[in-house]
Design a protein around this ligand. Structure first.
Ligand SMILES: O=C(O)CCC(=O)C(=O)O
Ligand SMILES: [Mn+2]
Length: 198
């Protein structure tokens, strides 16, 4: 509920908790799991190379190359289901998304650590639309300056649009929840400047 006297920081997000109905979200999840070319990427840590704790895929328009954590992502072509979601979510947001990162959290022990999506090819105030499918997981946003944390429970079919200074002034993560056994797939639709990376 809005509190007129609460001046603690709030991230610039728009949340649609039930953008897709549960049955539609389940149908979309099954299609995306089957259509996608999932990859197990490895990342360098102080202790050596390790598997990322999730599977990923990058789809987009030709030339929408995205580099993060030292991984160069050449886009795979849009699959039919993801292309339809891109069109609907682009209409909703008034932004023509040209790429999407798919993350597949196989169980509650798959996760994503604190980070911001602030690579230069995303521009200074990116609009990133995050669609969740499958088991509900916690999503935390932490304000860089104050440490204030805002938590969401991202349910199947929910759409969280991050915009404005959400990437420059906040970090976000999907923490491990070892008691959860179900699978979750998340899609973050993005606009990357094409031609930025060769
Ligand atoms: O799985 C999520 O909800 C977040 C994914 C995310 O932060 C990302 O893809 O950059
Ligand atoms: Mn992110």
């Amino acid at each position: 509920m809005f509190d007129l006297f609460d001046d603690t920081p709030q991230p610039d997000v728009v949340w649609h908790p039930a953008w897709l109905a549960p049955h539609a979200a389940a149908d979309v999840l099954a299609r995306i799991v089957a259509e996608t070319g999932w990859r197990q990427e490895r990342i360098r840590t102080p202790g050596g190379w390790v598997d990322q704790p999730r599977l990923t895929a990058w789809q987009g328009d030709a030339g929408a190359i995205y580099v993060y954590s030292g991984i160069r992502n050449e886009p795979q072509p849009w699959t039919p289901t993801v292309g339809r979601l891109r069109d609907a979510i682009s209409d909703l947001c008034g932004v023509r998304f040209n790429s999407v990162l798919l993350n597949r959290y196989r169980t509650g022990t798959d996760s994503m650590g604190w980070h911001a999506d602030h690579e230069p090819e995303l521009g200074p105030e990116p609009v990133i639309a995050s669609l969740s499918l499958g088991v509900a997981r916690r999503f935390d946003l932490r304000h860089n300056q104050t440490g204030v944390v805002r938590s969401f429970r991202l349910m199947s079919g929910s759409l969280l649009v991050m915009q404005g200074k959400t990437q420059s002034e906040w970090r976000h993560r999907v923490p491990k929840e070892p008691t959860i056994s179900g699978e979750r797939v998340n899609l973050t639709f993005r606009v990357v400047t094409t031609g930025y990376r060769k």
